[in-house]
Design a protein around this ligand. Sequence first.
Ligand code: NOJ
Length: 520
Amino acid sequence: MNTPSWLKSAIFYEIYPQSFCDSNGDGIGDLNGITQKLEYVRDLGCNAIWINPCFESPFMDAGYDISDYYKIAPRYGTNEDARRLFARAHELGIKVLLDLVPGHSSDRHAWFLKSREADRNEYSNRYIWTRDAFDYPEGFRVQSGLSDRNGNYIVNFFSSQPALNYGFERCDYDWQLPVTHPDCVATVEEIKRIMRFWLDLGCDGFRVDMAYSLVKNDPDRTGTKRLWQGVRAMLDEEYPEAVILSEWGCAEEAIDAGFHTDFYLHFNACGYNALFQTDSYDYVDRAQPTECFFRKAGKGNVRVFLDEFMPKFRYIAGRGHMSLPTGNHDMIRYSHHRSQDEMKLVAAFVLLMPTIPFLYYGDEIGMRYLDGLVSKEGGYFRTGSRTPMQWTDGKHFGFSDTDGELYLPQDEKGAPDVQTQLADENSLLNTVKRFTALRAANSELQAGDNFEPVYAEDHAYPFAFRRGKFLIAVNPAKKSAEAPLAEGNYRKVISVNGDAGIGAGKLHIDGVTLTVFEEV
Ligand code: NOJ
């Protein structure tokens, strides 16, 4: 299998198109706005972006409900704008991933409107319909009573997102088609066609939404993995430099399925939360970690993370990667209840791990999570993490010059902005830049299999790990900390907030400090 050459050194920036930059003064971000800001992305040290769905949609789920997979949403611009964006990004050495949403479309997609018709037609099986309008099959969420067709349809996420039909690995009822059924094969072929369309226009791959969800009645994801292996074979042959990144939350399955990298996220597991998310709503099967590791309180347990992460890391070694984000459009921002000093540690850590780093737009300046906003486009609690970017301390923080309404309200005056932080050597933004530069300059700090915990004890601080000749120590706790360390000659490369030293078989590190050493 082919591995795209650019992935190892990739540093990603996630762009929520609604909220990044409004180039035409209508109060909402757009593709030309993104293009205008690509130099900023490059200067930040990111060489790849992921843009959340930007296709035609009624926006019941912020664009994860697509009504035309082949068309940029008019509010963001045109396909021609997308082509220009890709071309400009490439001039600047930036790769672009689009968001592929294969699990479901909008219920206003033309395929679905045909599918819900009572008369049989080409799209009758494009979605999953029960035989009868009074069927409520166990284990599925269905919508009923909304069409002339005598049946209920299965939804994948919100009610407005009917599941596309890739078939069933195990068929229990006659309305459940096998994955080999020509109509299910046609759905897969359509997804490949969509991928080719955007790759031909110049994008570099896809982040794949709910990638695990395609084949139904598939508890071990055997059918879903088989499906993606077919897609990967197509890419290897036709687009060997294209990357697919899954939202799967189980790297073992996703890499087996052929994804180049899988997100390490806040669901399906608790390692991510044990590191970063004290206010998490989703600790799964392990006793609630007392607090997350990256807090001044110093009550976290890095082992909860490592015990989960290391087996995954070893399993996929040599075959694929995990991607570690500072946050995303589905999580409460990492700035929540964190000082700038604490955020610096999280960002630096994400940029030093063997995973592929993702910075969520605005996290590089510590944009705040705006609590209590009215839900926008199916955002609900997520809305507070999706507010317009803060570029300057001027009107609308430089996001838009509209005199009308913004896509979402912004933070109060005095909130962090790019311009102010660029001028401050010690800002979060300039700290992030130092670490993107460090990663870019050292292949041992890029995505890879070289990661060895050196000090990681139950309920203890600091955490120290080795990556090649580099030794990284991080102590998010307010109190200084010590750890035993085998003798060696170390040179300090960079330190954030406080200081650290190595001597007499010990590492000593100040509170809220991250230090990178190099063995000489
Ligand atoms: C995951 C996306 O990240 C989220 O924003 C969306 O609501 C669901 N998938 C459904 O597509």
